[in-house]
Write a protein that binds this ligand. Structure first.
Ligand SMILES: Cc1ncc(COP(=O)(O)O)c(C=O)c1O
Length: 446
C-alpha cells in the first residue's frame, strides 16, 4: 500500500505542498504541518496498526527498529528506506518512578527518558526525519541543497550536527554565546558542524537563521519546519505503545519553542483518528518562570500573547521568549483543555534534586516539569489514583554545571538548595574515612 503525505497550512488545513518542496510557511505566513492520508491509513484496522508497530519495535530490520521509523507510514511514508538517516532514536525507557512517586503520593508515576538517546535529548526524534528528507532530496537529485542550518539553545544543534554528519551533509548551527552548557557546545564542534556563537539570545539566532535560509541554499532545521514535528510526535505514540496502547491520565512536558507540545498533541490526535486510542491525555506544558510567555498568555485566558525577553534560567534550553510554534501549541492546548504551569529557579532545582535522590538524573527542564507536577498534586488537580508521565527531554549529563552548582560549589542564582549533597574531602587516613561513613549512617538512620 502506498500512503501519501504533504505539507498544508496548519491553521486552516488548506493548501498542498509536496514534501520535496522547500517551503516552511504558507503564503499568508502561517506555519505548515505534515498531513497524512488518514482515510487510506484507516483501511488497516487499529488492531492491525498496533500489531504491525509492535512487531517492529526495537527489532533489527532497517530502519523499522527505530521508535520513529517503526511508524514510518505515519511519519514519512514515501521516503526510500536507503535514504533514511537513523541513529536508532526512540525506544527510550519509560521509567517507573516508584520511589519518587511514593514520596510525593503518586504511585503510578512514570518518566519517559527521551534524553537516553544518541545525542542526549528528544531532538533526535525530529532530526532523523528532517535530515532523512534532506538526504532524500539531495541523493535523488530532486533539490540542490548546500547544507542544513538551525538556531539552537543547545540540543537542536547537537542533534542536527550528529545526523548531518552521519549523512555526510554540511551543518551550520547558530548558538547564543555563553548561554548553553559546555556539553551541548562541544557536541556540534565534535561533529564538525560550523558552530557560530553569536552575541544574541536564542530568539535573535532564530531570526537570523530564517534570513540565512531564505534563498533555500541551506535547509532550515528548526521545529518551525514541520518535518521535525513528525518525528517528535512519536513520543506520545510510543508512550501509549509502552502501556500496551493505553494512555496515561496526564503528561507533563517542558516547553520552550513549543514544537514539542504541538507534536505530542498531533501524535495523539492521529492515533485517535486511527481508532488506536479513544481519548487524549491532559497535557501540561511546563515553563521556567524566567522564560514564560506561554504561561502569561494562558493566565489571560489566551486573550493576549506578548513575546518577552527571556531571562537566565538553569533550564537554558527553554530560555525562549518568542516561541515559533506558538500558534500550533495554543490551538492544540485550547482544543484539548491543556494546561500551562511555571516553576521558579528554586522550585525546578529542588524538584530535580529530590527526584535525583531516588535514582533519576534529571536535566533542569525535566526539573521544571517535575516542579509543575508537584504544584498540581498540592492543588489536588492530579489525584493519587491517576497515571502520570513526565517527559524528560534531555539527559542530566548535559547539564552538570547547574547540578554541580546546586550540590557543590554554587552559587545558583535565586536558589537555596533544599537537598544538597556536598562531597566530603578528607585525608587518606583510615579512621577519618571510617568516622565520616559512620556519621553519614547516623544521619541517614538516626
Ligand atoms: C532539553 C529540552 N527540553 C525542552 C525543550 C523544549 O522543547 P520545545 O522547544 O519544542 O518546546 C527543549 C528545546 O527547546 C530542550 O532542549
Amino acid at each position: 500500500m502506498t500512503y501519501d503525505a504533504w505539507f498544508r497550512d496548519a491553521e486552516t488545513g488548506n493548501g498542498r505542498w509536496e514534501l520535496d518542496e522547500i517551503v516552511y510557511r504558507s503564503p499568508s505566513g502561517g506555519l505548515l504541518e505534515v498531513a497524512h492520508d488518514l482515510p487510506l491509513l484507516k483501511a488497516r484496522s487499529a488492531a492491525g496498526w498496533m500489531k504491525l508497530w509492535d512487531s517492529r519495535y526495537k527489532r533489527t530490520q532497517w530502519p523499522f527498529g527505530s521508535g520513529v521509523w517503526g511508524k514510518k507510514e505515519l511519519v514519512l511514508p514515501n521516503i526510500p528506506d536507503e535514504h533514511v538517516v537513523s541513529l536508532d532514536e526512540g525506544g527510550t525507557n519509560l521509567f517507573w518512578a516508584e520511589r519518587f512517586g511514593r514520596e510525593i503520593g503518586l504511585p503510578d508515576l512514570w518518566v519517559k527518558q527521551c534524553g537516553v538517546s544518541h545525542t542526549g535529548s528528544f531532538k533526535d526524534l525530529g532530526m532523523t526525519v528532517l535530515v532523512s528528507q534532506v538526504n532524500h532530496m539531495v541523493r535523488s537529485g530532486k533539490r540542490k541543497i548546500l547544507g542544513v542550518a538551525c538556531a539552537s539553545t543547545g540540543d537542536t544543534s547537537a542533534a542536527l550536527a550528529a545526523y548531518a554528519a552521519a549523512a555526510g551533509l554540511p551543518a551550520v548551527v547558530l548558538l547564543p554565546r555563553n548561554k548553553i552548557s559546555a556539553a551541548q557546545l562541544i557536541q556540534p564542534i565534535a561533529n564538525n558542524a560550523l558552530t557560530l556563537a553569536l552575541d544574541t539570545d536564542f530568539d535573535g539566532c532564530m531570526r537570523l537563521v530564517q534570513q540565512l535560509t531564505e534563498d533555500k541554499k541551506l535547509y532550515l532545521a528548526n521545529s518551525m519546519n514541520s518535518l521535525r514535528v513528525e518525528g517528535q510526535k512519536t513520543v506520545g505514540i510510543e508512550i501509549a505503545q509502552q502501556f500496551d496502547w493505553e494512555i496515561p491520565d496526564w503528561i507533563f512536558i517542558p516547553g520552550g519553542n513549543l514544537g514539542n507540545v504541538s507534536a505530542l498533541y498531533k501524535g495523539f490526535e492521529e492515533i485517535r483518528e486511527l481508532g488506536i486510542i479513544s481519548r487524549i491525555p491532559r497535557i501540561v506544558c511546563c515553563q521556567a518562570e524566567a522564560a514564560n510567555p506561554l504561561y502569561r498568555s494562558y493566565k489571560t485566558g489566551w486573550k493576549e500573547f506578548h513575546p518577552i525577553t527571556a531571562q537566565a534560567t538553569q533550564a537554558s534550553a527553554i530560555r525562549i521568549g518568542d516561541p515559533v510554534s506558538r500558534p500550533k501549541a495554543i490551538k492544540a492546548l485550547q482544543c484539548h483543555d491543556g494546561r500551562v504551569e511555571q516553576a521558579s529557579e528554586q522550585e525546578l532545582a529542588d524538584a530535580s534534586a529530590q527526584a535525583d535522590r531516588t535514582g533519576l538524573f534529571n536535566c533542569p527542564h525535566t526539573g521544571v516539569a517535575l516542579a509543575c507536577l508537584l504544584k498540581f498534586i498540592a492543588r489536588g488537580e492530579v489525584k493519587r489514583s491517576e497515571r502520570v508521565v513526565v517527559v524528560s527531554t534531555a539527559h542530566g549529563l548535559k547539564f552538570t554545571e547547574s547540578k554541580a552548582a546546586y550540590h557543590l560549589n554554587g552559587p545558583l542564582p535565586g536558589v537555596v538548595p533544599s537537598y544538597p549533597n556536598p562531597m566530603v574531602e578528607l585525608s587518606s587516613d583510615r579512621q577519618a574515612v571510617y568516622d565520616a561513613v559512620m556519621r553519614h549512617m547516623e544521619r541517614t538512620f538516626g
